[in-house]
Every structure is written in structure tokens, then in C-alpha cells.
Design a protein around this ligand. Structure first.
Ligand code: CAA
Ligand code: NAD
Length: 283
């Protein structure tokens, strides 16, 4: 059965994109964030994205209003009880996510599916703090969500086939290609991507080349659409570091050791585009 009502938790860059594609696909969306300022910025972003599609002639003002009317902002987690699915897109931190899933488990009705957009954390460990491990699943979108067509779908140890099938169907309805991936740190995407980004940071740290030179090599030499350090700034350096820490901790293998320069930037508050400075400066 098709999922019609979704709560998205988190109004950062991933939450914004997920809300956009869900509303554009005709879903009713409740949108929650602990920060009302982030929710305000999120809805302004959605308005701007839809306005651009009107300017391009993809839709008209009535379509835009209809899509916006499907999105309701809320400060209350309680409203998750009225949704068939919750998609969590908050910080990449196990204890923060587990605390949220504990609360969600209490407020949601029995059949509600709880999905996490985690980049790298074990789904089974998030599910274990709930009384509904059968209804917890990983639904990993890529950034920027409206553009990137992949969704990694990750079952926890107890996730049922019915729940898996519902998330695969929803991914298709959102215009994405779902790919099943097993529950190991970083799944497939970040197990492969993030060590490359980390190596790019080491290359700068060791003085082999500047950030601009590293990015130019990878764009012109390997046809990557963005250089690894531009991409790190897009993802968020805090998220990149969290993922490297999770890979390092999860596999206990020194090949995943986060570069000290990455940690230094995060400690200094250089988080990439979202803070205005990372490997590059944004105005
Ligand atoms: N939100 C919505 N749409 C966006 C966007 C954004 N943030 N950024 C770009 N777009 C859209 C533009 O509107 C444009 O659409 P139209 O063609 O309809 O006009 C289209 O994307 C192309 O944009 P641009 O021409 O401005 O720029 P580009 O051709 O350089 O593409 C890009 C931008 C799609 C971001 C491209 O550079 C790219 O693919 N970069 C790599 C992205 C990537 O690797 N993402 C994965 C990150 S890892 C991850 O997500 C997993 C994780 O857990 C960390
Ligand atoms: P972000 O820092 O841009 O936004 C996180 C948002 O969550 C903020 O608005 C914050 O106020 C909110 N938040 C934090 N704790 C909360 C709570 N307890 N309840 C409600 N809201 C809360 O982060 P992001 O880049 O959107 O990443 C979100 C998740 O998606 C992370 O797990 C990340 O690993 C994953 N992810 C990120 C990317 C990426 O490229 N950035 C790609 C795929 C997946």
C-alpha cells in the first residue's frame, strides 16, 4: 500500500530536500525541527525551489500553492502519531538519534514506520532502543536530494519484508532508484566515498597540493562533477568527520583514520557551506 502521510524530522539540507520531493510527489508532510529558525529557513527554501520551477515553466502558481499547502510545519513530535511514516534527518550522532527514536516509539501508533536517513550508523542499533525494530529501516537519500536519484535502503536485523517493500515503493514514487544495502558502517555509498574525501584532506594536510589543486585534479582528471573538497563542504565537514569516526570505530581499521585537519576544521566551526567556511569561503 502506498504511503500518503509522512513526518520529516530535521530542516537541514537533507530534511529540506526530502520534504520537497515528498510534497512534489503528492504526499502530505508534517515537518518538525527543534529549531524554529531552521524550519523557517526550510520553508523559505521550498518556496524558492518551487518558484524556480514556475519560472522554468515546469509548473504554474496553482501547482506551487497546492504543493506548499501539503506541508505543515510543527514543533510537536506528537503529530508523528498521525503519520504512516517518519523520516528522521537530524545530526549524525547515535545517542541523539536513539533519544529521538525512543520518543517516536512512544508517540507513534503501532504500524508507523520509522526511517532514518543516517549516512553511516547501524540501523539495528537505532532500532534496538524501540519496541518496534520490525518497523525501523534506513532510507538513505543523497545530497542534493531533488537532483540525486539514489536511495540506499537498509534493513535492520528485524525489519520486515512488508516494511522494506513499502520503502522501496515510496522511493520509486519519489522518482528515486532504491538499492538494497546491508547494515554495515557507511553502507556502500559512504564506505567508498568518504575515504576518498578523507584522503583528499590528507593530501592538503601533508602539503602535497592546495584544496583548489586537489579539486581540479579530480574534476578534470577523473570527470567528477565536484572536487572531493567542494563536495565535503557541500555535505558538511561535521557530517564527514562523524562518518569517518563511525567507519573507524565500526571496522577498527586504521585505513579509516580521520585526517586531523578535518577534525581541526570542525572544532573551529568550519563546517563547509552551512557555516560559510570550510575548505572554501561562501558568502
Ligand atoms: N538543490 C536542488 N537542486 C539543485 C541543487 C540543490 N542544492 N544544486 C543544484 N541543483 C539543480 C539545479 O537547479 C540544476 O537544475 P536544472 O538543470 O533543472 O536547472 C541542476 O541541479 C544542475 O545544477 P547546476 O547547473 O547549478 O550545477 P551542476 O551541473 O554543477 O550540478 C550538482 C550540481 C548536481 C550538485 C553536481 O555538482 C553534482 O552532482 N555534484 C556531486 C553531488 C554528490 O556527489 N552528491 C552525493 C554526496 S554524498 C551523500 O549525499 C551521502 C552522504 O551520506 C554524505
Ligand atoms: P544539518 O546539520 O544540515 O541539519 C540537521 C537538522 O536537524 C538541524 O536543522 C537541527 O536543528 C535538526 N535537529 C537536530 N537535533 C534534532 C532533534 N533532536 N529533533 C529535531 N530536529 C533536530 O544535517 P544534514 O546534512 O541535513 O544531515 C542530516 C542527516 O542526514 C544526518 O544523519 C546525515 O548524516 C544524513 N545525510 C547527510 C547528507 C549530506 O550530504 N549532508 C547526505 C545523506 C545523509
Amino acid at each position: 500500500m502506498s504511503i500518503g502521510t509522512i513526518m520529516v524530522i530535521g530542516a537541514g539540507q537533507m530534511g529540506r530536500g526530502i520534504v520537497q520531493v515528498a510534497a512534489e510527489a503528492g504526499k502530505q508532510v508534517r515537518w518538525m525541527d527543534i529549531s524554529s529558525a531552521m524550519l523557517g529557513k526550510g520553508i523559505a527554501y521550498l518556496d524558492q525551489q518551487l518558484e524556480r520551477s514556475v519560472a522554468k515553466g515546469i509548473r504554474n502558481q496553482d501547482d506551487k500553492s497546492a504543493i506548499l499547502s501539503q506541508v505543515q510545519l510543527t514543533a510537536s513530535l506528537q503529530e508523528a502519531s498521525e503519520c504512516e511514516l517518519v523520516i528522521e534527518a537530524i545530526a549524525e550522532n547515535m545517542s541523539v538519534k536513539q533519544a529521538l527514536f525512543r520518543e517516536l516509539d512512544e508517540v507513534c501508533t503501532e504500524g508507523t514506520i520509522l526511517a532514518t536517513n543516517t549516512s553511516s550508523l547501524p540501523i539495528t542499533e537505532i532500532a534496538a532502543v524501540t519496541s518496534r525494530a520490525s518497523h525501523v529501516i534506513g532510507m538513505h537519500f543523497m545530497n542534493p536530494v531533488p537532483v540525486m536519484r539514489l536511495v540506499e535502503v537498509i534493513r535492520g536485523l528485524e525489519t520486515t519484508q512488508t516494511v522494506y517493500d513499502s520503502i522501496v515503493q515510496l522511493s520509486l514514487e519519489l522518482g528515486k532508484t532504491p538499492v538494497e544495502v546491508q547494515d554495515f558502517p557507511g553502507f556502500v555509498s559512504n564506505r567508498i566515498l568518504m575515504p576518498m574525501i578523507n584522503e583528499a584532506v590528507f593530501t592538503v594536510y601533508e602539503g602535497v597540493a592546495t584544496a583548489e589543486a586537489v579539486d581540479t585534479v579530480m574534476k578534470l582528471g577523473m570527470r567528477h562533477p565536484m572536487g572531493p573538497l567542494e563536495l565535503a563542504d557541500l555535505i558538511g565537514l561535521d557530517t564527514c568527520l562523524a562518518i569517518m569516526d563511525i567507519l573507524y570505530e565500526g571496522f577498527k581499521d586504521s585505513k579509516y583514520r580521520p585526517c586531523p585537519l578535518l577534525r581541526k576544521y570542525v572544532k573551529a566551526g568550519r563546517l563547509g557551506r552551512k557555516s560559510g567556511q570550510g575548505f572554501y569561503t561562501y558568502t
